[in-house]
Write a protein that binds this ligand. Structure first.
Ligand SMILES: [Zn+2]
Ligand SMILES: [Zn+2]
Length: 124
């Protein structure tokens, strides 16, 4: 890979990363693509950069309404989803929640997925 290509990849990655950070709303790859359209970045590149960053632990991903959504917050947290506008907010978990993990079942716990559902302030 030439230094020039490397530079381009780094710039594209930075654009994709900044977009997820700035939006704060757990965008899908397509939403990131639409936001970055003026930069000329392709959808396949957006997908590739997002999944590479998830693999590296820089971003997290989860499924919502049949779509993969990207999360800038990689530490454990819950979500609140509005059933009207479908927006997703980050919510802190109670500090003692991991003491409630099912240890007796001899399971390997991988993650906790907690979503509050309701109607947000703007939609009430
Ligand atoms: Zn709402
Ligand atoms: Zn989140």
């Amino acid at each position: 890979m030439s230094p020039l290509t490397n530079k381009r990849v780094t710039r594209q990655r930075q654009l994709v990363y900044d977009c997820v950070i700035d939006r704060k709303d757990h965008p899908s790859a397509n939403e990131v693509f639409v936001d970055l359209q003026s930069s000329g970045i392709g959808l396949a590149t957006v997908y590739r950069q997002l999944s590479a960053m998830v693999d590296e632990g820089i971003l997290k991903s989860f499924e919502h309404s049949g779509q993969i959504r990207y999360d800038r917050l990689v530490t454990p947290h819950a979500h609140f989803v509005c059933s009207v506008c479908d927006e997703i907010w980050d919510v802190d978990l109670p500090k003692n929640i991991f003491s409630m993990a099912p240890v007796e079942s001899n399971a390997d716990i991988e993650e906790l997925d907690l979503t509050w559902k309701g109607i947000c302030k703007a939609c009430k």
